[in-house]
Design a protein around this ligand. Sequence first.
Ligand code: DAH
Length: 349
Amino acid sequence: MQELADTIKTDLLKEIKDIDKEQDLVELKAKYIGKSGRITELTKNMRDLSVDERKEVGLISNKLKEEATKIIEDKEKEIHDRILNEKLSKEVIDISLPATKVCNGAPNILEKVIEEVEETFMSMGYDVVDGPEIEEDKYNFELLNIPKGHAARDAQDTFYIEGDEILLRSQTSPVQVRTMLKYQGKEPIRMICPGKTYRRDDDDATHSHQFMQIEGLLVDKDISLCDLKGTFDTIAKKLFGPDCVTRFRPSYYQFTEPSVETDISCFACHGKGCALCKNTGWITISGAGMVHPNVLKNCGYDPKEWSGFAFGFGAERCAMLKYGIDDIRTFYNTDLRELGAFDRKDGEQ
Ligand code: DAH
């Protein structure tokens, strides 16, 4: 019996010498001390033995099992240490190297301005609505009182998707029409709509074939230009500070009558005149006016009963003024250094 045990031990020692993989060791362990392993097999016929023989076999097999377990455990540790050392030597950390800079993300500057405008209008009870960027000629022009062939279309030439009827919207004003048609019976209507717009412009410092507008519309009874002036004044003060003064200048848009250009007093020089306001003391922010009776009619509202005001402005222009950016392309060239610079200017980091 002892002889057999010695042979098993010798075999184990011989086999284990060549093992260097964890998986091979698992198999070897099963072969010797597993359920039907060679050492376990020694005690298989214990039932048929005498008491003395059982004692002897028990002692020998237990001792052998202990020794084998120890041999296998030592090998396990050896393999484990080797793998760890290999890993450590591959992952040498040079602590003299400068640390990797982790850049913090920041909200996109344009989104930030839009969110600020949204919050300001929402605090006055306005809804923020959405409209399609691929639009029908009918909404982008015709229902806004700009019939086919009208000269007002020249300034808003855009990209056509299918024939003459499906286009990329050249303004967010079609959302006025869509909202009026949708909200009928749920007046008053108070909405703003920020969104992308497109024009066939050659890109330069102040023009981009894709840009963002923020449209606004209010429809109710007995609305006058005074309501527009009051609203604009409140918004301008919230966005540009309590000292901000506003003014209207006469203008022309097909979908408003009367139409105005809205100006704010220059926040850089407080009206004295500087490079930002081109020495006028005023900065033009948006186009606006009273919703044209034809537009009200087109959307199912009787102009004798209903009235409203609308406005629209360029989000980039607003952000450019606020952050002193002099090229609209900055928003679209994805240069993180520039975006980071605006963030710092905002005093947040
Ligand atoms: N849609 C006009 C444009 O793109 C801007 C505008 C002017 C919108 C007057 C309005 C408005 O709602 O009343 O030039």
